[in-house]
Design a protein around this ligand. Structure first.
Ligand SMILES: Cc1cc2nc3c(=O)[nH]c(=O)nc-3n(C[C@H](O)[C@H](O)[C@H](O)COP(=O)(O)O)c2cc1C
Length: 173
């Protein structure tokens, strides 16, 4: 398997903690962590196996016109990128108790944008292991990426990441 690039943001919170855990699970020599705040298409270019991680923090999380989060500039760039031939996976931080009707919505939004850019989406996870009401990340019986809930299920994070990385080991090339 080729090296995995993990684009994440913001820094300093649950997303970064999870990104570091994902990288550790692949092994330091097999993964590179890139804060999305400063990332360009040039940073994506060398990699065929790419992970994107971010939190859902309300409707503006993925907004192109808001200037308040790490994803704004990158998503504007992503809209112009061609990701054909690249295997992409998403993990998302959320809160299944306080936001049961919008649980990890960001995963769904991000996954759709990646698919629109031509990426091969991998790392889908069965919804059956989670409790929630509604989510833009759900398609049929799966989430379009890995949901993590550091607010109410932190004890599950390590196992969820370990299993996901095992799965990606088969799906990444
Ligand atoms: C203002 C606000 C809005 C949020 N909205 C959602 C939401 O719509 N869906 C969800 O699953 N989690 C939501 N969350 C929970 C965050 O995604 C969660 O706390 C996450 O771990 C934050 O990650 P960070 O520390 O990297 O910012 C929200 C949190 C805040 C503070």
């Amino acid at each position: 398997m080729n090296k995995v690039a993990i684009f994440f943001g913001p820094e300093g919170g649950n997303t970064e903690k999870a990104a570091i855990m994902v990288a550790a699970e692949f092994g330091e020599e097999n993964a590179i962590l890139v804060p999305v705040k400063s990332a360009t298409e040039m940073d994506l270019e060398p990699y065929n196996n790419i992970i994107f991680g971010g939190p859902t923090v309300g409707t503006h999380t993925w907004s192109d016109d808001s200037k308040n989060n790490d994803w704004d500039i990158f998503l504007t760039r992503l809209a112009k990128m061609n990701l054909e031939g690249k295997n992409c996976a998403v993990f998302g931080l959320g809160d299944h108790v306080s936001y049961a009707n919008h649980f990890v919505d960001d995963i769904g939004v991000m996954a759709e944008r990646l698919e629109a850019a031509g990426a091969n989406l991998v790392g889908l996870v069965p919804v059956s292991a989670y409790t929630f009401e509604e989510s833009l990340a759900q398609r049929g019986e799966v989430f379009l990426g890995l949901p993590l809930d550091e607010d109410f299920e932190p004890e599950k994070t390590q196992d969820r990441i370990s299993n996901w990385v095992l799965q990606l080991g088969k799906e990444f090339k």
